[in-house]
Design a protein around this ligand. Structure first.
Ligand code: ZN
Length: 383
């Protein structure tokens, strides 16, 4: 489409939105990035795992390695009839660009690529290396995306020193919130076994709903921790309870419940699992428990990356960002454990995953300037 503007980051963003890359389909988005990055001297490697297309692009062999990271996949648009404009037709209106993925996170990608182009045009020979790590599997299962690329890099002893993720971190204005870590996420599926029977003869039955109810109440009342300097308190939520034989005169044989904990660095996967198991064991129930760990919590300590990102945001937005660990999980959980400093800086997240997802055009242009400034601060040494 014609945007009526010559801004290269907006043109690239429109090209990316036009490709309907519903997770885990990349729909040709990475090819666009490869063309731009190859022209700048990046070596681009496409790494395919299962149905997922990933890109590792690097320019230079020296350390330190500053990596921009993100994802090309988007969540499904939902009911397209409810959108003001077609979700995969980028549409400008009132200073905003509408389209699925505009905020999460194709504007981050467009801003990164154009920032790198501008930075290298002015500084063709910076210290260290520049890299991009892009996946098409962040919104989905995330098992064959960034995690696998990080494993591939580790196997050949390639390290990322600093990583800037373009996830939409901002709350109300661009750069007001920068993420320096994320809570852990642990899910469980509980099955409680009972004995089915006639509701009029309870002495011959064992009702799993009755057995589970007090445990559920207890789990919701527990104060897991008070959080700490960097993390909000750990929270437990039950998300699904399923039971019943489908008739009013039959007590069920089984109950299943799904729950999730978002947890701070006061806990690890092991200690949290143990504590919950202990609670179930205190009650007289016949149960099975399956666990799924989405990610351990991570935190980037104060250092050069946080300093550079804070300074760039402050210079270009006029105020210092809040350094936060809120929100859901992100691919930072895979990049951080290998020893990289990881920070997330991206556009306002108010419309992500919603009908009429959008991003302010001015914010994309300003975000490009922020990314460029971060490169100057980290790779030119003395600016
Ligand atoms: Zn995202």
């Amino acid at each position: 489409m014609s945007t009526g503007t010559a801004q290269p980051e907006i043109e690239l963003l429109c090209d990316l939105i036009s490709r309907p890359s519903i997770t885990p389909d990349d729909a040709g988005c990475q090819q666009l990035l490869i063309e731009r990055l190859s022209a700048l001297g990046f070596e681009c490697e496409t790494l395919i795992f299962g149905t997922v297309t990933n890109l590792w692009a690097r320019r230079g062999k020296a350390s330190p390695v500053l990596c921009f990271a993100g994802h090309t996949d988007v969540v499904p648009p939902g009911d397209e009839a409810k959108w003001s404009s077609a979700p995969f037709t980028p549409t400008l209106n009132d200073g905003y660009l509408y389209g699925r993925g505009s905020a999460d996170m194709k504007s981050g990608l467009a801003a990164m690529v154009v920032a790198i182009e501008q930075f290298l045009a002015a500084n063709p020979d910076p210290a260290g290396s520049l890299a991009m790590l892009i996946t098409s599997d962040e919104e989905g299962r995330a098992r064959e995306g960034t995690l696998k690329v990080v494993e591939t890099l580790a196997a050949r002893d390639e390290h990322i020193d600093w990583c800037v993720l373009g996830e939409p971190s901002s709350q109300e204005t661009l750069g007001d919130v920068v993420r320096i870590g994320r809570r852990g996420s642990l899910s469980g599926i509980l099955t409680v076994n009972g004995i089915q029977g006639h509701v009029a003869y309870p002495q011959t039955t064992d009702n799993p709903i009755r057995r589970f109810a007090p445990i559920l109440a207890q789990l919701h009342e527990i104060e897991w921790d008070e959080g700490n300097e960097h993390f909000p308190p750990t929270s437990f939520q039950v998300v699904d309870v399923h039971s019943g034989a489908g008739a009013t005169n039959v007590t069920p044989a089984q109950l299943t419940a799904r729950f999730n904990l978002r947890y701070s660095t006061e806990w690890s996967y092991d200690t949290l699992q143990e504590r919950i198991q202990q609670i179930f064991d205190e009650h007289d129930i016949d149960y099975e428990l399956q666990w799924h760990l989405s990610g351990e919590p991570f935190l980037t300590q104060p250092g050069k990356l946080i300093d550079a990102v804070s300074q760039a945001v402050t210079e270009l937005s006029g105020s210092a960002p809040e350094l936060s660990t809120g929100g859901g999980t992100s691919d930072g959980r895979f990049i951080s454990p290998a020893g990289a400093e990881v920070v997330e800086l991206g556009p306002v997240n108010a419309s992500i995953h919603k009908i009429d997802e959008r991003v302010r055009v001015d914010d994309v242009i300003k975000l490009t300037a922020m990314y460029r400034r971060i490169m100057e601060l980290l790779l030119l040494g003395d600016s």
